[in-house]
Design a binder for this molecule. Structure first.
Ligand code: FES
Length: 140
């Protein structure tokens, strides 16, 4: 069996939503201290809807595929969907990742949640801190 699914290879070779958003409403940047990979998510939010999302990932192929898939999963969706997104959902949507690459999908979940939290912080919107992963060591 191939190490990577066709979906992973597709999103790695043709990543969706690559780039940045000028005047983004929320920006989340996270990194993994072990592999050194960095992921940045930009959100455009209108009311409660994520109208646009883009990413910049300086990392491995699985991180690029995970960011691409994660952005597809939340684009056009309410913020609550982004907050419920798990790395497991990203991995399943990619038809799986090798065990030693699961942390790449965790980065996507954390970057999206960090971007939502940034939006809440910038707009003084109160939120339940337990909704967010404890990424204080590396969230910006
Ligand atoms: Fe670290 Fe993929 S190897 S994000």
């Amino acid at each position: 069996m191939a190490l990577y699914s066709e979906k992973v290879m597709d999103h790695f070779r043709n990543p969706r939503n690559v780039g940045s958003i000028e005047n983004a409403d929320g920006i989340g940047e996270v990194g993994n201290g072990k592999c050194g990979d960095i992921m940045k998510i930009y959100l455009k939010i209108d009311g409660d809807i994520i109208t646009d999302v883009k990413f910049e990932t300086f990392g491995c192929g699985s991180a690029i595929a995970s960011s691409s898939m994660a952005t597809e999963l939340i684009k056009g969706k309410p913020l609550s969907d982004a907050l419920q997104l798990t790395n497991t959902a990203v991995t399943e949507a990619l038809d799986g990742l090798p065990a030693h690459k699961l942390h790449c999908s965790v980065l996507a979940e954390e970057a999206i949640k960090a971007a939502v939290r940034d939006y809440y912080d910038k707009n003084g919107i109160p939120y339940d801190h337990s909704q967010f992963p404890d990424c204080s060591a590396y969230c910006h």
